[in-house]
Ligand binder design. Structure first.
Ligand code: HSE
Length: 300
């Protein structure tokens, strides 16, 4: 029995919500084909679209690690063959490792008759993030599994909520093709934060959540400010300040770094504005001869 599963890219942090906000987009995403076997072995048959960067060794690949953990827990005598189609660039800040793991976990759960409840599935997702980059953050893998905009109020115990999404909200993504390792980008984050900075940051975090709940686009715009991760990570991203300024000038509500970057995301009210924003961001990279990919996607 074979199942085909798509899992979407995700924008983690959403500016001010380091490790606590994340949302899924419609594209790009990863796709897997899973076939159950009755010998206890996880096998990655092939990987497409990864430019040869990923290992087919299941112990060194997030899809394989997630599959093995799931089978150990629920079907130790079974195995699975995996074919992986990477629509997500690796090291792009779009939740590439999370999407592969999410697709495998969702698919295996389905194939085995739903032995894992929703919460258990999320815990497997967090563990696969830990194996991929050393930290069990959930702001990519949880929205990739569940869709929508996710608030992670607490990790221990895991307490998450879907936030309502304003009807006309669109996301523009621009990926300048440099690779950033999440593990390294996390090491840059300061370990202690002045109280004044923390106050501004949690004001923004609450403001962004309230903006989503109230469909208040102006409040969303005012809250899209990150004083903790963005200042240190922006230096890793080509033309970051120019690209975000051009997006704002073209009408974006706000912009930020998607996850640990280098993808830059912008939120806009309406598809037309999101497309204008895309053109503005694209032209910065055209002029500076940086290769890039772009997507525009509704949040709903
Ligand atoms: N919250 C995580 C980070 C997301 O910023 O490191 C990584 O994609």
């Amino acid at each position: 029995q074979t199942i085909r599963v798509f899992a979407p890219a995700t924008v983690a942090n959403v500016s001010c919500g380091f490790d606590v906000f994340g949302f899924a987009v419609h594209e790009p995403g990863d796709e897997v084909f899973l076939t159950l076997r009755n010998t206890p072995r996880v096998k990655i048959l092939s990987i497409h679209g990864d430019k040869g960067l990923l290992s087919v060794d299941p112990e060194k690949n997030t899809a394989g690690v997630a599959a093995q953990a799931f089978l150990n827990a629920y079907a130790p005598d079974a195995g699975v063959d995996i074919e992986l189609f990477k629509g997500l660039p690796i090291g792009s800040g779009l939740g590439s490792s999370a999407a592969s793991a999410a697709a495998v976990l969702f698919g295996l759960n389905r194939l085995l008759g739903h032995p894992a409840d929703g919460k258990a599935l999320l815990e497997f997702g967090l563990q696969s993030e830990k194996s991929a980059c050393g930290s069990a953050h959930g702001d990519n893998v949880i929205p990739s599994l569940l869709g929508g905009f996710i608030l992670i109020r607490s990790y221990h115990p895991l307490d998450i909520r879907h936030l309502p999404i304003p009807e006309d909200l669109y996301c523009t993504l621009v990926f300048p093709q440099v690779e950033i390792e999440t593990r390294k980008a996390r090491e840059l984050i300061p370990k202690s934060i002045p109280l004044e900075t923390a106050v501004r940051q949690w004001g923004n975090t609450a403001g962004l959540a309230a903006g989503f709940c109230l469909s208040d686009y102006d409040l969303i715009a005012r809250s899209m400010e990150d004083l903790i991760a963005e200042p240190v990570r922006a230096t890793l991203i080509p033309q970051y300040h120019l690209v975000t300024k051009s997006a704002q000038d073209a009408g974006a509500l706000g912009c930020g770094i998607s996850g640990s970057g280098p993808t830059v995301f912008a939120l806009s009210k309406g598809k037309e504005t999101a497309q204008k924003v895309r053109e503005a961001m694209r032209s910065v990279y055209e002029k500076s001869h940086v290769s890039y990919q772009t997507w525009v996607s509704p949040l709903n």
